[in-house]
Design a protein around this ligand. Structure first.
Ligand code: CP
Length: 327
């Protein structure tokens, strides 16, 4: 267990060692148990987290806010529509000024080609930890919650050799960031899993992220492969995680991306496809999902779906990272 994490930023899990990530999970399990037993764990009394949202959220906002309250502190919701954060206040000013008022700065900024750099620029200027609540490249807290959920389902020591299919799926609502699949392939390859990335050719992920995932798999004894056949991705998988993302590396025009996606409306997760996976396979999704477009109700509400446990674990891993870094 690592005890030197005070002051650290969480921008991507790739910048934390395996030991450090295991420490986060240990603390998350402890907080989950304490919450279930009603045991107080106010380890951040009088601390304040500023939460800057440039993009909408349900789970992230509510879980960070609830988590800070349960740790004895306070979370401020700072929305780009009612403050000056999206015009006038530079990243340096945000880091310098909000870092002097608070004990941590959490940011969601998903604009393609902008978000990650913005978060890094705030971190550079901030004297307090900066937490990435999702950017254009990474969604670290979602993926920590996903890892915790997979460990709970299969056992903490049994992930080596398990096959996870991280797949594109069709959605019509909007062109979603690629931060979830990118973070998934980066973290699951560090736990010795066989990671499959499945997508149509136009929905590639970033080359350097894919290369890091390959390297992680080499180092940690798992495997990494890329497929372009939706059904093949499900075959004999232990975990399926099909979700939509935009064709940002093919076009930066959202309308053109939506038009390309409309060629693949049959990439929907249904019971037939779930039956291609192993009998014990679990269905995961970070939510929100486009119901009966991206995934059928029968799968999302069915016995293999663990999406509510996955959503709950956001709370526990976020509390763990805040408690470890914001002391
Ligand atoms: N999964 C997730 O990050 O949900 P929100 O966008 O609602 O926060």
């Amino acid at each position: 267990m690592q005890t030197h994490l005070a002051g650290r930023d969480m921008i991507t899990t790739q910048e934390w060692t395996r030991d450090e990530i295991d420490t986060v999970l240990e603390v998350a399990y402890d907080f989950k148990r304490k919450r279930a037993l009603g045991e107080p764990h106010a380890v951040l009394r009088d601390k304040v987290l500023a939460m800057l949202f440039f993009f909408s959220s349900t789970r992230t906002r509510v879980s960070f806010e609830a988590g800070m309250a349960q740790l004895g502190g306070h979370a401020q919701f700072i929305d780009h529509r009612s403050t000056q954060i999206s015009h006038g206040d530079t990243a340096k000013e945000i880091g310098e000024i909000i870092g002097r008022y608070t004990d941590g700065i959490a940011i969601r900024q998903c604009d393609w080609g902008v978000g990650n750099q913005y978060i890094r620029d705030v971190a550079e200027a901030s004297r307090v930890p900066v937490l990435n609540m999702q950017c254009d490249v990474y969604h670290p807290f979602q993926i920590l919650a996903d890892l915790m959920t997979i460990q709970e389902y299969f056992g903490r020591e049994s992930l080596k050799g398990k096959t996870i299919n991280v797949s594109w799926a069709y959605a019509s609502s909007y062109q979603k960031p690629m931060s979830v699949p990118q973070s998934l392939i980066l973290l699951m390859t560090r736990y010795g899993m066989n990671v499959r990335l499945t997508h149509p050719p136009e929905f590639k992920l970033m080359d350097d992220i894919v290369e890091q995932a390959r390297e992680n798999a080499r180092k940690h004894g798992g495997s990494f492969e890329i497929l372009d056949d939706f059904d093949a991705g499900f075959k004999d998988a232990d975990i399926v995680y099909p979700k939509s993302w935009g064709a940002m590396l093919t076009t930066t025009d959202p309308a053109e991306s939506a038009a390309i996606a409309s060629n693949y409306t049959d990439w929907i997760t249904d019971e037939r496809r779930m039956a291609l996976a192993k009998e014990h396979a679990i269905y995961m999704h970070c939510l929100p999902a486009d119901r009966n477009i991206e995934v059928t109700d029968a799968v999302l509400d069915g016995p293999q779906s663990i999406v509510y446990d996955e959503a709950e674990n956001r709370l526990h891993v976020q509390k763990a990272v805040m408690a470890l870094t914001m002391r």
